[in-house]
Ligand binder design. Structure first.
Ligand SMILES: N[C@@H](CCC(=O)N[C@@H](CS)C(=O)NCC(=O)O)C(=O)O
Length: 213
């Protein structure tokens, strides 16, 4: 797994540990822009982290990698089985996280990519709108936590969706207003995910420091 501490790769890393699979970590040195190097761009032409090399299969896109691992280990109990009532909702939340919540977070972290070079006022506007969009998303997530009856996103069973939700919520920990931990249902939920041994092992292996969420 080509990873960088706390990046999207965390979700794959924690899933590999939850599945108790053997794997090797390969640090991508962002300070040296290794993810933009010709060698890395051969693995992922988008220059983004993570990449999983699984035998002959070289995969990028966090959710695709997670679904690939889950499909390879259908009896691990980390996703509702195909044909179950929860399965379509599992797919919906995985895609929603990668396609709606994550892009809003990316706009928050990289607003300058959406405006002309040097347009600081434009970037600030993008960032403000991204915060508002993330807030809408977190409200939806909070409502789902309540509706599911907990303790997990989909209800009684922990799944890979919880790992991804935890990571994306964690990225809001520096928000001045309403980080995920302050939402009434998400806050205690993040503590429950933090209690998972695989999550703790991932945090330790990546050397993540407090505040964790
Ligand atoms: N859609 C990709 C996005 C991955 C992504 O945004 N990775 C970030 C780190 S969390 C990254 O590589 N950022 C560097 C960049 O975009 O230049 C995925 O879900 O895997």
């Amino acid at each position: 797994l080509h990873y960088h501490p706390g990046n999207a790769s965390f979700a794959v890393h924690a899933l590999l540990r939850e599945l108790a699979l053997p794997f090797e970590l390969q640090l991508v040195d962002r300070a040296r822009a290794e993810h933009k190097s010709p060698a890395y761009l051969k693995l992922n032409p988008n220059g983004q982290i993570p990449v999983l090399v699984d035998g002959e299969v070289v995969l990028y896109e966090t959710v695709a990698i997670m679904l690939h691992l889950l499909e390879s280990h259908p009896n691990a109990g980390l996703a509702p089985p195909v044909g179950s009532a929860q399965r379509p909702h599992f797919l919906k939340w995985m895609v929603w996280m990668t396609n709606t919540l994550q892009p809003a977070l990316m706009q928050y972290f990289y607003p300058e990519r959406l405006v002309a070079e040097g347009n600081a006022a434009g970037a600030a506007e993008v960032k403000a709108r991204a915060i508002a969009k993330v807030g809408e998303c977190l409200a939806q997530l909070d409502e789902q936590m309540q509706r599911s009856g907990g303790p997990w996103l989909l209800g009684a069973s922990y799944s890979a969706a919880d790992i991804l939700a935890f990571l994306l919520c964690r990225w809001t920990r520096g928000f001045a207003l309403a980080p995920a931990r302050e939402y009434p249902h998400i806050g205690p939920y993040l503590q429950r995910v933090l209690g998972r041994p695989a999550v703790q092992q991932t945090i330790a292996a990546e050397g993540l420091a407090a505040p964790l969420v």
